[in-house]
Ligand binder design. Sequence first.
Ligand SMILES: Cc1cc2nc3c(=O)[nH]c(=O)nc-3n(C[C@H](O)[C@H](O)[C@H](O)COP(=O)(O)OP(=O)(O)OC[C@H]3O[C@@H](n4cnc5c(N)ncnc54)[C@H](O)[C@@H]3O)c2cc1C
Length: 417
Amino acid sequence: MNNFDVTVIGGGPAGLAAAIKACDEGARVLLIEREERLGGMLKQCIHDGFGLSRFGERLAGPEYVERFMDKLSEKTVDVRLLTFVTRIEKTAEGFCVVTVSRDGLERISTKTIVLATGCRERTAKQVFIHGTRPAGVFTAGTAQHFTNRLGVMPTKKCVILGSGDIGLIMARRLTLEGAKVLGVYEINPTPSGLTRNIHQCLHDYDIPLYLSHTVTRVFGADRLEAVEICEVDESYKPIESTKVRVDCDALIVSVGLIPENELAESVGVELDSHTKGPVCDCQLMTSVDGIFSCGNALHVNDLVDFVSASGELAGLSAAHYAKKAQCKVNIKIGNEFLYLVPQQLDLNADNSRVTFYFRSKAVREKSLLRLTVDGQEVFKRVYPFLRPPEMQQLVLNMDKFAVQNGSDVRFSIEVAE
Ligand SMILES: Cc1cc2nc3c(=O)[nH]c(=O)nc-3n(C[C@H](O)[C@H](O)[C@H](O)COP(=O)(O)OP(=O)(O)OC[C@H]3O[C@@H](n4cnc5c(N)ncnc54)[C@H](O)[C@@H]3O)c2cc1C
């Protein structure tokens, strides 16, 4: 099957929650993940503290997502792994999602899309550090991936730039694994991470935190040998007289996350300049009807419980939207009409008093207006005459006529006997 009500892009905690919820609402759901396992970033977050508000327990990241993966396995959700969404196109029925996988290029049609693509880290390049480009400059997430998933220590002695939560967590993690973390250097006068992480990850392990400090240069040819650190003034300008050289074999950069929204942008979704995620309504629908956003793709969350909650809302909203789209029935008219308004019937709405407006194309004398549903006449009325300038109004209880999804609903005008 290649035709879905809801296609969720991204199999992290947000995408998992969205897929489960949309399936519970009766939607045909596809979940696409570019990696070989579901779980998103939480696969590498092996420390505990996840799910306190949702489950009332201190779970590790993989344990938290495992609960959602277990639930997902009970659902009829089509899951495609190692599949990368490269493009989204608008179509008459909704959207076409273009994917690349080992099977090649595929085009999937879907009524709605939930963007759960998460976020990515800012890199050293984006904070303009001068010097050479040796090995040993990692984002905190890359260091986390090496340490927790590949079992490879990326450093013996390092400096951490930025006091974001991932950097703080990695300061503790690397210390526990035997590395020496010389300090966490933060350009702002206040820390960026959660207070609990400052205590549990730095203070408890005697790792110093230097506020209003930054790394201004890296040294080393093949491998990093040292970094230059400066205090900054109130306008964040390095104070030359304070510069010191610190010997280390790695610089770990934890300077913020950016929602991943290239796909959203490519299909015209409006982004908020503050969150860098889509502008959305209370159902998490973006500026493009039928496209929803959740989790860290929408805005960077501090707790995964919020991520899951937003995934559930996006999944629910997308399923409702798809169902609604599914229940629109086109009302057909014969050539005798100039037009008829409205042109569609929403089967989810109250149709007990639908007002139709129509004009005939030509001047007609005694005419019979007929309404058929699936070939059966359900209504007729004789008009003594019909003229294009004179709009006709007709109020009908359409709920009486057993119109169903896919029904042929047709108005015609013929000569009355
Ligand atoms: C490097 C890093 C480390 C983190 N470490 C911690 C931590 O230690 N503790 C903590 O509380 N929080 C941490 N977080 C935050 C945590 O990631 C979020 O709370 C949570 O994982 C966000 O869930 P999500 O589903 O929105 O995104 P993610 O978990 O990032 O999942 C997004 C998924 O979308 C997939 N995807 C993206 N684009 C495509 C595409 N085009 N096609 C197919 N699939 C796609 C990705 O492969 C990924 O699996 C970290 C975040 C990052 C970026």
